[in-house]
Ligand binder design. Structure first.
Ligand code: EPZ
Length: 431
């Protein structure tokens, strides 16, 4: 299993280019199931969850070409015919976002059989709201042997009020409603930019969606959808991760190819901590030369502070003067990274959904274990400021959602290596 070895202490200097958003590309790839025409997606990130989605769609009969290396990471997906509208446990257990195929399959094929995702490192994460919503649109649901089976001759438009804001739940129902008979109104929807990006693609495919990005989305069902070409939005969580990295290392980093409007909550929290930033068009410059002061933070749905940047913010809080109280409001078990940072010398106490971080405490290098995607990113950030060489195990987690992170970090001055290759000894000057 790959590991990262990171020697801390280098300020990050220069420009890092942000990739396309994993959490927009996944639903957009699932949306291709809704049509028998080709869908072309550009700016698709080269991360493992995209390959898993490719395998998932191919297993149903889709032709998928991941266009890595080609212009704009252009990926084409053609679901001319789908011989097996099913998502197996083998695939769903590696990536719970596989459940995003449920709505599109029952809408297009009248039948879908999808493995239930089971528990996850960060929380129970049930999909009951996805299922309840499909039932509201007339699907017949049967759950047995760890699978949910949804059937409907044709879904019927209706009103769906989500008991709780759910990102993939909103996306799943949005896709299902595009081919339903009549109008659907979705209430209490997620407003994440990834939902808006999916709606843009669907409207290019001929759907009739209004209100994406607001709590109420209206969808007028159509009989058929067409192919389309669409560019995936930049990854705001990757951008947030590099913003915090630039600040923590006392660097001067330009985050290029991002959308600053998607980062407002992160940027204003950084200002509160004492970090300087300057937004300009599609880039944000971060300058971490001031001492940091502690600030409380609570994760919220968009436009609030993203839970996917909570772990990275905890790493920053260990380097801030004073006590920061960080409250995780979205997932019930998302502090695994904090316990690993304590091993590096962080002063962090967990009380239920709150992490109490006292700083500033110098971090020292240690061998640590990544438990999930964003936890592994936060350990990389902690290692960048720690004294010595940190070894992070199980970095396969980070490969799920960050494109070539060690190369991007190395390009701006970090001392990071993917293990299998120890640090090359400094060349001894010829005598
Ligand atoms: C999406 O997950 C993201 N994943 C997550 O990013 C992100 O953390 C999360 O939204 C919150 O922003 C993708 O987009 C692929 P939710 P999702 O449904 O949709 C509860 C990353 O690191 N809930 O909005 O699965 C749920 O348990 C990942 O890239 C139900 O109770 O999250 C949670 O407490 C991690 N029943 C809350 O709602 C349901 O049917 C919000 O979850 C659905 C959700």
């Amino acid at each position: 299993m790959d590991k990262f070895v990171i020697r801390g202490g280098e300020p990050l200097l220069g420009t890092v280019h942000i990739s396309g958003a994993k959490n927009a590309a996944l639903p957009c790839m699932a949306a291709a199931l809704l049509t028998d025409q080709p869908v072309i997606l550009e700016n698709v990130p080269q991360v493992r969850d995209i390959q898993t989605t490719r395998n998932l769609l191919a297993a149903m009969g889709a032709e998928v070409e991941l266009g890595y290396g080609r212009a704009h990471h252009r990926t084409s997906i053609h679901c001319a015919s789908l011989n097996s509208p099913e998502a197996s446990y083998e695939l769903v257990k590696t990536m719970r976002a596989s459940t995003l195929v449920l709505g599109p399959l029952v809408a297009r094929c009248g039948r879908a059989r999808v493995s239930l995702p089971g528990g996850c490192a960060i929380g129970a994460r049930p999909i009951d709201l996805h299922i309840k919503g499909l039932e509201r649109l007339g699907a017949k649901i049967n759950q047995e042997h760890g699978y949910v089976e949804a059937t409907a001759a044709r879904l019927k438009g209706g009103e769906v009020v989500f008991d709780k804001i759910t990102v993939t739940g909103t996306e799943d129902l949005l896709m299902a409603a595009t081919l339903a008979d009549g109008e659907t109104i979705l209430e209490n929807c997620a407003r994440e930019p990834e939902v808006g990006d999916l709606a843009d693609l669907l409207n290019k495919m001929g759907a009739r969606i209004e209100g994406a990005g607001t709590p109420t989305i209206r969808v007028k069902g159509v009989a058929k959808l067409n192919g389309a070409r669409h560019r995936i939005i930049p990854d705001r969580i990757e951008a947030g991760t590099f913003l915090i990295a630039g600040a923590m290392t006392g660097g001067d980093l330009n985050i290029a190819g991002c959308d600053p409007t998607h980062l407002q909550a992160v940027i204003s929290k950084l200002h509160e901590v004492g970090v300087k930033t300057r937004s300009n068009g599609d880039s944000v410059r971060v300058m971490g030369d001031n001492p940091f002061s502690a600030a409380d933070m609570g994760t919220e749905e968009f436009p609030g502070f993203p839970t996917d940047c909570q772990a990275q913010f905890i790493a920053l809080a260990t380097q801030a003067e004073g006590t920061s109280i960080i409250t995780e409001n979205i997932f019930e078990n998302r502090f695994m990274h904090a316990l690993e940072m304590v091993r590096m010398g962080g002063n962090i106490k967990i009380e239920g959904r709150r992490a109490i971080v006292r700083g500033k405490t110098p971090l020292s290098a240690a061998a640590v274990l990544a438990s999930d995607l964003r936890a592994s990113a936060s350990l990389v950030l902690a290692a960048l400021v720690a004294d010595g060489e940190t070894i992070i195990d199980r970095v396969y987690h980070i490969d799920r959602g960050y494109e070539r992170i060690e190369e991007k970090l190395k390009d701006v001055g970090a001392q990071i290596k993917r293990i299998g290759e120890m640090f090359p000894k400094k060349a001894v000057a010829a005598k």
